[in-house]
Design a protein around this ligand. Structure first.
Ligand code: FAD
Length: 427
């Protein structure tokens, strides 16, 4: 039973696709190929926060040691808040759960996710352009067409190709992502490029909270492996008309970020100076923040066939604003859920398995999308009185507890008890 021998094609080798591939290997799916459009696997130059709920899954894959070598160690709290102008401490949120959040460079997380994956399942330079739904007997349900003219045949397609997903388009979903009203400026500061006091402060996860803007610092990596740096994410409200690049990702003068924070506290000025020291061309990454509305149905089935279909995973299905640090974490949770369900499904009807997966995941990812939007308003201050008097980090922490304390492995065991055959499972 289950679909363990079916040909599974993952489209996209970002953090979502790579997590699904790890999950597929862990669950025991036998015939999985990943297709990534870029000639080499890589990630945008920025930090990422992987929280308890996702670390539980990565630890099950055996990646704890590898991740620990590359990420922050023993941070004193989950997040500390400071007033944007005075620099005053406003309060903090305690770490939620065990294992604690791990902060690391995105490329280092990708390296960990690649460690256990056989080279033979990775295909680079394969940009998916279309999917044929074949009707003739005796051939595969789907033929994938890539930009380089090559093709591949498969039974199941997992669209992990991000918020602008081609797979999603190919499924006839014509909606567009929505601009959030914010852009993010992203860069790194070496601790040696900061005054000692500021360097000390930024070895914690710190949010300088300003009106409709905030500057978040993720202390990624660790001293032992010389991977430690302060990853800077400046969330700034800007009208889309000011965006002059066709892509959502571009490079911007550090001056533009400085313009936003000109009257902010000395520590933020130290950050700007540190960014300049680390950037010979005076530029940093700038990205327009988009999110999609939750989607009603994440999959389609092949006409007349019970065991072939296409499904979305990660940002292609459930994108979210990053204000609770959950986009990648949700993809990691979804990956283990989908792989386990495909491998251990008791029946033969793939649409039932897909539906079970969606019912398990969608209430949670929809809620994360909604609460991340709200958390963004609190992470900055959208009303002036929220800057100090009414701002309560503890309440903010309470709002996020349900995310971090969740254990998808337990949930799968519990909710899947009737429909999954856990024989041979590592769960
Ligand atoms: C500022 C910011 C901060 C964030 N911080 C966090 C955080 O701290 N923690 C967290 O959990 N999340 C965070 N996120 C969210 C996280 O970045 C995303 O949710 C996550 O990267 C989504 O992964 P994905 O693999 O679904 O999509 P993507 O990362 O977009 O990857 C898609 C992959 O598919 C490939 N691809 C695209 N089209 C094709 C095609 N046609 N054919 C083949 N390949 C294709 C792409 O090249 C890419 O490799 C943050 C996001 C932002 C913007």
């Amino acid at each position: 039973m289950g679909f363990e021998n079916k040909r599974v094609a993952i489209i996209g080798g970002g953090l979502g696709g790579m997590s699904f591939l790890n999950a597929a290997l862990y669950a025991g799916l036998k015939n999985v190929q990943l297709y990534e459009q870029a000639p080499q696997f890589g990630e945008v130059g920025a930090g990422v926060n992987i929280t308890s709920n996702a670390n539980r899954v990565l630890d099950a894959f055996g990646l704890k040691k590898s991740m620990t070598e590359k990420s922050s160690h023993q941070l004193p709290c989950y997040m500390e808040y400071h007033n944007y102008k005075s620099g005053d401490y406003l309060g903090h949120i305690e770490e939620f759960s065990h294992p604690p959040a791990r902060l690391l460079h995105r490329a280092h997380l990708l390296d960990s996710l690649k460690e256990r994956v056989p080279q033979s399942s990775l295909n680079q330079g394969k940009r998916l352009v279309s999917i044929d739904r074949n009707t003739a007997a005796g051939i595969a349900p789907y033929t994938l067409h890539f930009e380089d003219g090559s093709t591949a045949e498969t039974d199941i397609v997992i669209g992990c190709d991000g918020i602008k997903s081609n797979v999603r388009k190919d499924m006839g979903l014509a909606d567009s992502p929505n601009y959030s009203g914010q852009v993010v400026y992203r860069g790194f500061v070496e601790y040696k490029d900061l005054p000692e006091d500021t360097a000390q402060l930024l070895r914690k996860t710190v949010n300088f909270r300003g009106p409709k803007r905030h500057v978040l610092i993720l202390p990624i990596g660790n001293k032992e492996t010389q991977t430690d740096r302060a990853a800077i994410i400046g969330f700034m409200s800007e009208p889309l008309e000011a965006w002059d690049s066709e892509s959502w990702m571009s490079r911007s003068d550090i001056d533009s970020l400085q313009e936003h924070v000109r009257d902010w506290c000395p520590q933020v000025q130290d950050i700007i100076a540190g960014l300049r020291k680390g950037s010979p061309d005076g530029k940093m990454l700038k990205q327009a923040l988009y999110v999609r509305d939750p989607l009603d149905k994440w999959f389609e089935m092949k006409d007349g066939q019970k065991d072939a279909g296409i499904i979305l995973l990660g940002d292609s299905a459930h994108s979210t604003l990053p204000h609770q640090g959950q986009g990648t974490c949700m993809a990691i949770e979804s990956g283990i859920a989908l792989a386990t369900i495909l491998r251990h499904w008791k029946g033969e009807d793939l649409s039932e398995a897909f539906q079970f997966y969606q019912d398990l995941r969608k209430p949670r990812t929809d809620r994360v999308t909604q609460t991340s939007y709200e958390a963004g308003k609190l992470a900055s201050s959208d009303s002036p009185d929220q800057l100090t008097e009414r701002f309560n980090p503890e309440a903010l922490g309470e709002r996020m507890k349900w995310i971090m304390e969740y254990n998808v492995l337990e949930d799968l065991k519990e909710k899947g008890a009737e429909v999954l055959d856990f024989h041979g499972s590592k769960l």
